[in-house]
Design a protein around this ligand. Structure first.
Ligand code: GLU
Length: 313
């Protein structure tokens, strides 16, 4: 059997904050503890949101924290051919179609309320019926994947079992965008498959994406990886860590003179390694990490954590 392999897949759409850092550090520590290969993949296809300096900044922050990886980083934007090939394979199976409907048109046609601003459910009544739309001719339009009426069970190594109904939750989702790039859902499975990723470790905001990705794996005759979705760090208000909770960007702490060992010490206290934040190296974090004692609940970032980091300056 080939070596188990995981990846770090930062999106250079903004600076890494403490929440992202926890997921990445745990992924790294798991890979190093369990002797998995660790790829570094920069997911830089998210069109206008990608900030060019952010990719290098992420790599510098990883180096600062002591997070290394195997081989050279790969950039999704470097070669779109594998994604096009996947689209042609999906079109040959008749499971993707051109969709020129605008967001507003979809919203107007949807009776159900939208779950959030990113997840616009596509009602199946809007699915193309003309077979001539079921081709991939690389036009500058969105292409959608035909979601079947089935339940998808995700047996997550960490989060346990969840059952999704992608048809009801998101409907036919976009796999290729009008910017002539693959969507996140398609790009991630093409890359995970070609990089031989056996284990995907990431934040549990992507748990429902695992269901869509499972459908794509199936349509391309590929085997899905094992999933490990880790709880996100949230603010005291229970919402995902973001600007509203203060500036928790790693570069901001770095510029303020906070040592990396202190960041890792805080992440260690959020990962069951120590009861209270205690300065340590990434190596010590790795040695102390016991996967079974990782809390399955969300981690709450509080102002006292921020103060503790700055006390180290
Ligand atoms: N690039 C994605 C993110 O930063 C992660 C994708 C994945 O791990 O599947 O949210």
């Amino acid at each position: 059997m080939s070596k188990r392999t995981t990846r770090l897949a930062p999106s250079p759409t903004g600076a890494l904050h403490l929440g992202n850092a926890r997921t990445f550090l745990i992924t790294w520590a798991m890979a190093r503890k369990l002797s998995w290969r660790l790829e570094m993949r920069i997911e830089d296809l998210d069109g206008p949101r990608v900030k060019h300096a952010a990719a290098q900044q992420a790599l510098d922050v990883f180096a600062w924290l002591g997070i290394d990886y195997d081989g050279e980083p790969t950039y999704q934007s470097a070669d779109l051919e594998p994604y096009r090939a996947a689209m042609h394979a999906l079109a040959a199976r008749g499971v993707v179609y051109r969709c020129t409907l605008s967001r507003t048109q979809i919203e107007q046609a949807s009776a159900a309320p939208h779950r959030d601003e990113h997840e616009l459910r596509f009602p199946s009544e809007l699915r193309a019926t003309d077979r001539r739309m079921f081709v991939f001719d690389e036009q500058e339009t969105n292409y959608r994947f035909v979601v079947g009426d089935e339940s998808i069970t995700i047996d997550d190594e960490f989060a346990g079992r969840s059952v999704f109904r992608p048809l009801d939750e998101v409907g036919d989702f976009v796999v290729w965008t009008k910017r002539a790039t693959p969507s996140y859902q398609l790009a991630v499975i093409v890359d995970d498959a070609r990089q031989g990723i056996t284990d995907v470790v990431r934040g549990d905001d992507l748990l429902s994406s695992a269901a869509r990705q499972t459908l794509l794996y199936g349509a391309l005759d590929l085997k899905p990886p094992k999933w490990w979705h880790l709880p996100l760090v949230v603010g005291p208000d229970g919402r995902r860590l973001a600007k509203r909770h203060g500036d928790t960007r790693l570069t901001a702490y770095q510029e303020a003179g906070v040592p990396a060992s202190r960041i890792i010490g805080l992440l260690a206290s959020w990962s069951g390694i120590c009861d209270r934040p205690t300065e340590m190296t990434a190596e010590e974090f790795k040695d102390g990490l016991i996967l079974d004692s990782l809390d399955r609940g969300q981690v709450v970032f509080r102002q006292e954590h921020h103060r503790w980091l700055l006390d180290g300056v």
